[in-house]
Design a protein around this ligand. Structure first.
Ligand code: ZN
Length: 657
């Protein structure tokens, strides 16, 4: 592991807190040390209070911040004396501890201090770093892990046996650390949990962390337990989308909400899922308490959800009876599924969660395989897992008020997503919590947004093979499809029927009508597996009820799609799929309408641009956003009992009325 400290860069971060930010980010850059908000760091400072008195303050990583991108305001300021005193209490519930942490902060608007704050306070050094280094976990989670840790580090570290993070760990730490500390101590090994280093400067503490983690890596390398063989070549990506969507529906039922499900069929994931000893390796606990909380108990093997639920309930009842008070059972759905055909499936209530679950378990696989090479993987005991999974701090989160975004956990697909109304639909759906797949002929759709809940695919909708491949890719990214927005369409320049060439007519039909038909047909199998029922919104046109001269191909194609929508409503009602059209008119903020065209059209009607844009009964301008918001609402609960309907969004039009 490389020491990334750079003196010139570090000089750009003045003061103790600045140095704290700089080296925290260095740690955060290495996912084998900390992943997704895991790990925490602190610095002890002296600050003046409102009375001008000096107070010793612990600035410790606040929750919700990631070390990789932390800023000074991401560190919660806590009165040090209060924290060190808390560590002397005989017992303290973790909920009360959370209250005390909040109460001893000098800035109530700062983020909540890490649950490991008391531990940081109990360590006298100015800078303290804590990581969940993968290499160390591979070493500690083996049968002779303790012996190996002693052999690797000698008297450079103090070893703390495994206890649950939170007050119990802080308490044990505060008791053992002063007893064991010598001038040679550079850090602490928390068994089955992670590493702590400390120093009088940020650089010293950071360098020690890198040294300690490197020693674990070198031990693995010496023991021929570092390099992992490549897994089998991935299976050819056969179509799995219908089966996957059906599995997602069952899984969502277990979770009590729609689930996002991501399939990972790379060699490492497939190789692990196909191991003959998978049962023994995967059915022990995850590697660290942090992973338990975020990936839940153990992965599910294969797709037997009922078997998994039965095992989960048995496990829950075994341990819940011993707890006081008895915790509330979390949903029994797995967050990781290992399947020999599909590889690894990561499950979350959102795409963000599924992506975190993937990253954590992807690291877990390497940790397990290295521990296995070292002499045999040993996870946490079932009792320890239960304590973490049903930690009262986690239980408190369950009781948190507030409802999730309306489309949370749902998957939406938008055609013609790169610009105009399609792009606005992408935004409207993301804002409502959906994971969104955007299709467009324009390859820019792929790079349009960089976030885990968006997938852009360049696709020619008139090519059935490309459509099928795109749907397969979409299903593997998010697990299925709940919402379809049929938006893609072309509008050729005005031409009278007597002058309209057959080629142009066919081109318009191919994009506006034929491609919509294929998309509907191909999506049906996915939409009927939508946990809350499938929804389709068709972006029609005012031209459907009120065609205009010179737009024969466009009007006919849009009327055709509209009729297709009505037939689909008839055929798919029993599949719980509802489908509705909306008919926009005069939407000028799209790529079609340049200022020049707008001006020339306005002049044609003898109107100012402003009057032309609002030439409707309500005298309002219709924007892409207006259309997109209506499309999203048509797929929402307000229209839960409406199908086959057509809603205008045109400011009121006499010909339509
Ligand atoms: Zn930790």
């Amino acid at each position: 592991m490389r020491n990334l400290w750079n003196g010139a860069d570090a000089a750009g971060f003045p003061g103790d807190l600045g140095q704290r930010v700089y080296s925290s980010r260095l740690l955060g850059r290495d996912p084998s040390l900390v992943l997704h908000g895991g790990g925490n760091t602190s610095v002890k400072t002296v600050e003046a209070n409102i009375f001008g008195e000096s107070e010793r303050i612990l600035r410790v990583k606040g929750s919700g911040w990631d070390l990789a991108s932390i800023e000074e305001r991401g560190f919660a300021p806590c009165r040090l004396a209060h924290l060190t005193r808390l560590a002397t209490l005989d017992s303290l519930s973790d909920l009360r501890m959370a209250t005390e942490l909040r109460a001893c902060m000098t800035d109530p608007s700062a983020p909540m201090a890490s649950v490991e704050a008391i531990l940081h306070a109990a360590l006298p050094a100015r800078f303290v770093d804590h990581t969940h280094a993968d290499a160390l976990i591979s070493v500690t989670n083996t049968a002779d892990g303790l012996k190996r840790v002693q052999e690797i580090y000698g008297d450079r570290v103090i070893i703390i046996p495994y206890v649950m993070p939170g007050f119990k760990l802080a308490r044990l730490f505060a008791e053992l650390f002063p007893k064991g500390c010598t001038p040679r101590t550079e850090g602490v090994v928390l068994m089955n949990h992670g590493l702590i280093s400390f120093g009088s400067t940020a650089e010293e503490s950071y360098a020690r962390m890198i040294d300690l983690a490197t020693l674990a890596e070198e031990h693995l390398a010496r023991s021929k337990a570092w390099v992992l063989g490549a897994g089998p070549a991935p299976a050819p990506p056969g179509p799995i989308r219908a089966e996957l969507a059906s599995f997602r529906r069952s899984l969502s039922r277990e979770m009590g909400c729609p689930a996002v499900l991501t399939v990972h069929s790379d060699p490492a994931c497939l190789g692990f899922a196909r191991r003959p000893d998978l049962d023994r390796l995967s059915q022990q606990a995850p590697a660290t308490p942090d992973h338990v909380i975020r990936t839940k108990r153990v992965p599910m093997m294969g797709r037997d959800l009922e078997g998994y639920r039965a095992a989960y309930e048995k496990y829950f009842n075994t341990w819940a009876d011993r707890a006081d008070p008895r915790p509330t059972m979390l949903d029994p759905a797995p967050r990781v599924v290992l399947d020999k055909d599909w590889g690894m499936l990561a499950v979350g209530r959102t795409a963000q969660e599924a992506s975190i679950v993937h990253d954590l378990y992807r690291h877990t696989i390497d940790i397990i395989l290295r521990a296995e090479l070292l002499g045999g993987w040993r996870g946490l005991s079932p009792e320890h897992i239960f304590d973490c999974e049903y930690w009262d701090l986690e239980q408190a989160k369950l009781r948190r008020p507030g409802s999730p975004p309306v489309f949370q956990g749902e998957v939406a697909l938008v055609t013609g997503a790169a610009s105009g109304i399609g792009r606005a639909c992408v935004d409207a759906l993301l804002a409502r919590g959906a994971a969104v797949v955007g299709l467009d002929l324009n390859p820019a759709v792929a790079e349009m947004l960089d976030r885990p809940d968006y997938l852009g695919i360049a696709c020619d909708l008139t090519e059935e093979g490309q459509v099928s491949a795109a749907l397969e890719q979409a299903a593997r990214a998010f697990g299925g499809l709940d919402i379809l927005i049929l938006n893609a369409g072309i509008f050729p320049g005005g031409r009278k029927i007597s002058e309209l060439g057959t080629d142009l007519w066919r081109k318009v039909m191919a994009v506006n009508l034929d491609a919509s038909f294929v998309m509907l047909r191909e999506c049906h199998a996915l939409l009927k597996e939508a946990p809350r029922g499938g929804r389709v919104a068709v972006i029609g046109s005012k031209n459907v009820p009120a065609p205009g001269p010179g737009a024969a191909a466009y009007s006919a194609s849009k009327a055709g799609v509209n009729q297709l929508m009505r037939v689909a409503a008839l055929e798919w009602g029993s599949d719980r799929i509802r489908i509705n059209s909306l008919h926009p008119n005069m939407v000028f903020d799209t790529a079609l309408w340049t200022p020049e065209i707008l001006e020339s059209r306005a002049r044609h009607y003898g109107l100012s641009v402003e009057a032309y844009k609002t030439n409707n009964l309500l005298k309002v301008e219709i924007t892409s956003r207006d259309v997109a918001e209506l499309a999203a609402e048509l797929c929402g609960p307000l229209f839960a009992k409406t199908t086959g309907a057509q809603v205008p969004v045109d400011g009121g039009n006499e010909r339509v009325l």
